[in-house]
Write a protein that binds this ligand. Sequence first.
Ligand code: PEP
Ligand code: MN
Length: 348
Amino acid sequence: MVVVMSPDATDEDIAQVVSRVEGVGGEAFVSKGVRRTIIGLVGDIESFHHLNLRTLRGVADVHRISDPYKLISRQHHTDRSTVWVGPQGKQVPIGPGGFTFLAGPCAVESAEQTLEAARMAASAGATIIRGGAYKPRTSPYAFQGLGLPGLEILADVRAATGLPVVTEVVDVRDVDVVAEHVDMLQIGTRNAANFGLLQAVGESGKPVLLKRGMSATIEEWLMAAEYIAQRGNLDIVLCERGIRTFEPSMRNTLDIAAVPVVQASSHLPVIIDPSHASGRKDLVVPLSRASIAVGADGIIVDVHAKPEAALCDGPQALLGTELRELAQAVRRLPAAVGRTTTTAPGQG
Ligand code: PEP
Ligand code: MN
């Protein structure tokens, strides 16, 4: 941490800062310039925060040098992490060196619809199935998901396809039951600052797919991940799903640059959701290509056998044939940019 003194700070003001810092066991290195003095602090950053140094006379500014997130930062964990999803022996990796394809319906509407979408996903080469049993809808009158029966359907899909399943949890009270039925818990954009829920999934023992809050800065997103990590769970995959901007032609604006920015700051894998980012199926293929090129560790895509009848997000869902076309792009492009595609367990 660095304290910048104002040009009119006195020797007494500087001594006051030094003595406060030393009082909590820190060291202060004073560097006097022609107009200003800066003081470099070494020690426990949290104890420096409690000093409220900015309130002291003569202090102009206080800057943090280390990342505010520790466990997920690359500062002390320089290698990028791989998160393994699924039961022992059937685990699917998400991380550097591969490109993981996740797909499935936005919502679990019925056993038939979910199984059909999951089979479409699997036959296109997806290695993790998605589907929401609890839907965080903007309107309380919209379809809210099937709840527990939806989780049971997802458990059946998992058994039928042999692939791991990810689903969203929206309430702290449901974390245990969701964790019993699926392989990975999703925190959606609307709950990305629900700190109690983040802590609860941090204690669930399951990997977590953490979407970026729709208006969250990258640092806020990473701090949300730190809440999960702080509860002992470092199996976190970050998901960029578009942010709110002034542009109305898409549902959200995909922040493609967030991928390399996050990868430079955090060791956690980052995937992209082109379906929720755009809300438009015609943009899913181009945004998926961009995801591969920018270095994302995977994509998660909505698929539905009858998008016109979908209870949630029909306009962005791909049909089976469209998903296969997307999968071709997914298969060809990583090699073109020096990467490989992650295959399903047993597919070599
Ligand atoms: C979803 O993936 O089903 C979803 C609701 O996404 P988001 O939280 O990104 O809107
Ligand atoms: Mn959706």
